[in-house]
Design a protein around this ligand. Structure first.
Ligand code: GTP
Length: 868
C-alpha cells in the first residue's frame, strides 16, 4: 500500500512537472509570438511616421527650390497627410551650416557644419537622411533629425531642410499592458545602431547604452529569446522581435521582459506546486492512515488467529472447552443469532457434538425456548460489554452433560471467544461446605448460620404477605445435669432426641434450628395471631414431658421457651432473636419450664440484672463482703460447738444485703468462686485475730459452693490460706451441699479426699433436699450431717416428721456421723431433738448470725436453762 502510494505520487509529480514544463514552453512560444507581433504592429506605425516625415521634408525642399529660397515656413502647416498629433520642427539651414529659418520658438543660433545630418548632404545628391536621436541643436530638446538637401537652380548645394521630430512620435506604440516595466520598444538604423528606444517608462537615447553589443539579424523580421547577461545592459532576459522597414532601412525592435512575461505563469505554477505538495501530503497521510489501519487490522486478525490456534492447541488436551462464535445480524444490523466458527473437541463434547459437527451450527439451531433466550441474552451481553463471566446451572436448564459450567466470554474483535470449564465437582464441594456450614453436626438440624440467611428473607415475605412470624427460643431446663450425671454422650443423645421431639411438636415445614448448647429455635411463619405461637409452645412443653431414655438411664428435661413476634417485637432478625432470648431468660428467672411472650419489662429486668452484676463485681473488688457467724450448739452440753460463717454484702446504700439476693447471681455469673475465696480468706483472718484474744476457739464452718469444686482449686485455696494465717485444720469445717455430692464426679471425689487428708471436718449441708443416699455419704467419709430446715419444721407437727428425723439421726449415727438440725426456731423442737439424740442444733431460736466481734460469739451455757 505505501509502495503503491509512492509510485502514484511519483508518477503524478512527473506528469505534473512535465505539464508545467510544456506550459512554460507554450508561454515562451507565446512570448516570442507576442514580441514578433508587437514588432510588426509598431513597424507599421513607424513606417507611417517615416512616410509622414519624408513627406514633410520633400514638401519643404520642393517648395524651397521652386521659390528660389523664398518659401515661408508657415506654409508647412498646410502639408497634407501629416497626423494631427505629430509634433515636429522645421528648420532651414544655409549652405554654411547656419540657421536660416526655423519653426523652433527662439531657436539657438548654432552652426551645424559637423553634424552628420548636414554633412551627409553637402557632397551627396538628394537623399532622405534619418539620424539617431539627439538633443536638438536649435531647440535643445530630444529630437530625431530628418533632413534633405536643398539645391539652387543650377543644382548647387544650397543648404538643407531639417525636420526635427519629437521622439514620442516614434515610440508612442509602447503598450504598458504588454511591455510592462522592463519592456523595450526601439528603433534601429540599417547599421543596427540604436536611434531611439523606450525601456519601460524611460526614454533611452543612443548615448546611453541599452544593448551591450550590436545586434545582427539574419532575417529581416523574426523573434528570439535574448540572454540578458549577454545582450542587455540591465542583464534581464527578453523575448525580442524585430521587423525591417525596407523603404527607409529602419528596424523596429521590441523586447518583452521574460520575468515579467512569465510572472503570471510562475505565480500560477507556484500555486499549482503548492497545491500539489499539499495534495501529496494529504494523500501521504491518508495512505499512511490507511496503511496503519490495514496493518492494525491485519495484526489483530493475526493475533486473533494465533490466539485461537494457541488456545485450541492448549485446551485440546485440557479440561476447558473453547469456542469462537460469530454474530449473525439482520438488515438493521441487530444481532439475531450466533454461529460457531471454531471450537476444540472438549467444547464440542460439552454440547454433545464432535468438533466438525459443531462448527457452522447456530445457537438457535441448537437451543429453543428459554434455554435459547438465556444463551442469546448472555452472548448479546458479551457483545455489548465486550466481556462476560458467570456460572450456569446446566441441570436446571435441562441440558445433559456437566451439571455446572463456568463460562467466560471476551470479544477481542467482532467475534466472541468463549471458554467453558466444568466446575461440577467444585460446585458440589461448595454446596457440601455450604450445607455443613448451615447444619448442626450433632442433630442434623439447621444451625445459627442458617438462621442468619433464612430469617431476613422470611421476614421480607411476611412483610409482603402481611403475616406474622414467631420465633420460639427454647432452652432445655436442667440439661447440664444429664452431662454431669450420665456423661457427655448421654447429653448428646438427649440433644438429638430433643431435636426429634421438637420436630414432632411442630408442623412439618416449620424450621427447627439448634442454636448451640441446649438452645433451639423454632420459626413459625404465616401466623395470624399470638395464640398460634402459644399453642405450639404448649405442644413443645408437652412433647418434653416424658423423661428422656438414653442408654445410660432416664432423665427428665423441661423447656423454657421465649417467644418474639414479627413485626411487633422487632423488624430485624437479630432483634427478634435477642428478644426471644430475653423472653426465654425471663422464664428461667421465673422458675423455668414455661413460656413467655417477649415484653419490654423483661428487657428492663435483664438490664437491672446486668446492673446488679456490675455492683457485685464492684463489691468483690472493693471488699464490701462481710462474714457473719451463727453459733451451733451441742445439745447435750449446751455449749457452742462451732460457728457457721455466713456471707453478707455490706452494700454502701442498701445496708446489709442477705445472701439469697446475690448468691444465685454470683453462681450464674461465675463470681461465686471469687466470693468463696474471699469468705475463706476472711474466716482464716478472723480466726487468726480471735486466736490472739481467746485461748479456746471453736471451729468455724465455711460453705463451699459446687462451682468451687468444679474449678478444682478449693484444696489449694484453703490450704494456702490456712498456712498464711496459721490456722489448724481442727478449727475448720467445710459444709458441702448435697447437690455437690450429686455431681459425684472424679474431681469432686478427689477434692473431698484431699480435704479429708488435711484434717478438716466435712459436713453435708442441706441434707434431704437432694437425692443422695446415706451410704453414698458414708463412702465419702463425711463427719457431720446437717439436716435441712424443711425436716426440722415438720417436727412435732406430724408423726411422720418425727419418725423421719429419728431415722436420719439413727442412720447417721450408725455411719459415725454427728447430726446437726438446721432451722431450729422453737424450744419444743430443741426438746424433741434432744430426745431423739440429735447432736447439735442451729437456728434463730439459738442465735441469729452475728457480726464479727473482738471475740468469738460463743454462747454462754446458761442460754438454755430449761433443758440443761
Ligand atoms: N452433651 C452435650 N452437652 C453440651 C453440648 N453443648 C453444650 N453442652 C452443655 O450444655 C450445658 C448447657 O448449659 P445450661 O443451659 O446452663 O444448663 P442447664 O442445666 O440446662 O441450665 P438451665 O438452662 O439454667 O436449666 C452446658 O453444661 C454445656 O457444657 C453438646 O453438644 N453436647
Amino acid at each position: 500500500m505505501p509502495f503503491l502510494a509512492v509510485i502514484a505520487a511519483a508518477t503524478g509529480w512527473v506528469s505534473f512537472l512535465t505539464n508545467l514544463e510544456a506550459s512554460r514552453h507554450k508561454i515562451e512560444e507565446q512570448g516570442l509570438q507576442a514580441a514578433a507581433a508587437l514588432s510588426q504592429d509598431n513597424a507599421k506605425d513607424l513606417l507611417h511616421t517615416l512616410e509622414a516625415v519624408d513627406h514633410i521634408t520633400y514638401y519643404i525642399k520642393s517648395g524651397w527650390e521652386a521659390s528660389n529660397g523664398r518659401l515661408t515656413l508657415e506654409s508647412a502647416s498646410q502639408i497634407k497627410d501629416v497626423p494631427e498629433d505629430f509634433s515636429f520642427y522645421i528648420t532651414i539651414i544655409d549652405e554654411n551650416a547656419n540657421l536660416l529659418l526655423s519653426t523652433v520658438p527662439n531657436p539657438y543660433r548654432a552652426n551645424v557644419l559637423n553634424r552628420p545630418y548636414f554633412s551627409a548632404h553637402r557632397q551627396a545628391r538628394d537623399v532622405f537622411y534619418a539620424g539617431p536621436a539627439q538633443v536638438g541643436d536649435f531647440s535643445r530638446r530630444p529630437i530625431i533629425p530628418f533632413s534633405r538637401r536643398l539645391s539652387d537652380s543650377r543644382g548647387n548645394f544650397n543648404g538643407i531642410v531639417l525636420v526635427s521630430v519629437v521622439p514620442g512620435n516614434f515610440i508612442s506604440g509602447y503598450d504598458d499592458a504588454v511591455l510592462k516595466n522592463h519592456g523595450i520598444l526601439a528603433v534601429m538604423g540599417a547599421d543596427r545602431s540604436m536611434r531611439l528606444a523606450r525601456l519601460g517608462k524611460q526614454l533611452v537615447l543612443p548615448q546611453s547604452p541599452l544593448l551591450t553589443d550590436t545586434l545582427s539579424f539574419e532575417y529581416p523580421s523574426g523573434s528570439t529569446l535574448l540572454n540578458g547577461k549577454e545582450w542587455f545592459a540591465d542583464g534581464r532576459n527578453r523575448y525580442v522581435g524585430w521587423e525591417t522597414i525596407d523603404e527607409y532601412d529602419f528596424i523596429l525592435f521590441t523586447g518583452l521582459d521574460q520575468e515579467e512575461f512569465l510572472a503570471p505563469y510562475k505565480a500560477e505554477r507556484a500555486a499549482l506546486i503548492r497545491n500539489a505538495i499539499l495534495l501529496t501530503i494529504v494523500l501521504g497521510l491518508l495512505s499512511l492512515a490507511a496503511t496503519m489501519s490495514i496493518m492494525l487490522h491485519a495484526w489483530r486478525r493475526c493475533q486473533l488467529e494465533t490466539m485461537q490456534e494457541t488456545y485450541r492447541a492448549a485446551t485440546e488436551g485440557a479440561d476447558e472447552g473453547f469456542y469462537i462464535a460469530s454474530p449473525i445480524r439482520n438488515e438493521d444490523g441487530k444481532v439475531v443469532d450466533f454461529r460457531f466458527t471454531d471450537c476444540n473437541e472438549r467444547g464440542a463434547e460439552f454440547l454433545g457434538y464432535r468438533r466438525q459437527e459443531l462448527i457452522g451450527k447456530r445457537i438457535l439451531e441448537l437451543y429453543h425456548g428459554e434455554v435459547a433466550n438465556r444463551t442469546m441474552r448472555m452472548l448479546c451481553y458479551a457483545m455489548k460489554h465486550r466481556s462476560y463471566e458467570g456460572e450456569t446451572d446446566m441441570t436446571s436448564l435441562g441440558i445433559e452433560g456437566p451439571a455446572w459450567l463456568h463460562i467466560r466470554i471476551s470479544r477481542p474483535e467482532n467475534d466472541l471467544a468463549i471458554t467453558v470449564r466444568d466446575i461440577s465437582h467444585a460446585k458440589a464441594h461448595v454446596f457440601e461446605l455450604e450445607r455443613r456450614s448451615n447444619e448442626d453436626a450433632l442433630t442434623g438440624l439447621p444451625n445459627r448460620h442458617w438462621v442468619t440467611n433464612f430469617l431476613p428473607d422470611a421476614l421480607q415475605q411476611a412483610t409482603i404477605s402481611r403475616t406474622t412470624v414467631a420465633l420460639l427460643f427454647i432452652d432445655l431446663d436442667g440439661f447440664k445435669a444429664v452431662n454431669d450425671t450420665m456423661g457427655h454422650e448421654a447429653g448428646d443423645e438427649v440433644l438429638r432426641n430433643a431435636g426429634r421431639r421438637l420436630k414432632e411438636a411442630v408442623r412439618p415445614h416449620d424450621p427447627i434450628v439448634r442454636l448451640g448448647g441446649d438452645e433451639f429455635l423454632v420459626i413459625l411463619e404465616h401466623l395470624t395471631n399470638n395464640n398460634e405461637a402459644a399453642h405450639v409452645a404448649e405442644r413443645i412443653m408437652e412433647a418434653f414431658r416424658p423423661p428422656f431414655r438414653v442408654s445410660q438411664g432416664t432423665h427428665s428435661i423441661g423447656t423454657s421457651i421465649g417467644i418474639s413476634m414479627f413485626p411487633k417485637d422487632g423488624k430485624e432478625a437479630h432483634t427478634l432473636l435477642k428478644n426471644a432470648d430475653i423472653a426465654m431468660y425471663s422464664v428461667k428467672a421465673a422458675g423455668k419450664c414455661g413460656y413467655h411472650f417477649f415484653d419490654e419489662s423483661f428487657y428492663d429486668a435483664l438490664v437491672s440484672r446486668h446492673q446488679r452484676e456490675k455492683e457485685l463485681r464492684y463489691a468483690l473488688d472493693h471488699d464490701q463482703m462481710v462474714v457473719f457467724y451463727q453459733p451451733k450448739v451441742d445439745i447435750a452440753t449446751g455449749t457452742t460447738s462451732s460457728l457457721e460463717a455466713l456471707v453478707r454484702w455490706a452494700h454502701p446504700t442498701q445496708g446489709i444485703v442477705a445472701p439469697n439476693e446475690f448468691i444465685s447471681l454470683a453462681q450464674e455469673t461465675g463470681l461465686i468462686a471469687r466470693l468463696g475465696e474471699q469468705v475463706i480468706e476472711k474466716v482464716c483472718a478472723q480466726l487468726a485475730y480471735w486466736s490472739e484474744h481467746t485461748q479456746q476457739l471453736v471451729p468455724v464452718a465455711i460453705n463451699i459452693s459446687p462451682t468451687h469444686f468444679q474449678n478444682g482449686n478449693i484444696v489449694e485455696v484453703l490450704s494456702s490460706c490456712m498456712k498464711r494465717y496459721g490456722i489448724p485444720a481442727s478449727l475448720i469445717e467445710l459444709e458441702i451441699t448435697e447437690s455437690t455430692m450429686l455431681e459425684n464426679t472424679e474431681e469432686v471425689t478427689q477434692a473431698i479426699n484431699a480435704l479429708r487428708k488435711m484434717g478438716v471436718t466435712l459436713s453435708v449441708d442441706d441434707f434431704g433436699t437432694g437425692y443422695s443416699s446415706l451410704s453414698q455419704l458414708h463412702s465419702l467419709n463425711f463427719d457431720v450431717l446437717k439436716v435441712d430446715r424443711a425436716f426440722t419444721v415438720r417436727l412435732n407437727r406430724s408423726k411422720d416428721g418425727n419418725i423421719l428425723f429419728t431415722t436420719i439421726i439413727k442412720m447417721a449415727h450408725s455411719l459415725g456421723m454427728r447430726v446437726v438440725a438446721e432451722g431450729v426456731e422453737t424450744l419444743e423442737q430443741i426438746k424433741t431433738l434432744k430426745a431423739m439424740q440429735c447432736d447439735e442444733i442451729q437456728g434463730f431460736y439459738i442465735s441469729q448470725p452475728l457480726p464479727p466481734a473482738d471475740a468469738q460469739p460463743v454462747l454462754p451455757k446458761w442460754f438454755f436453762p430449761s433443758i440443761m
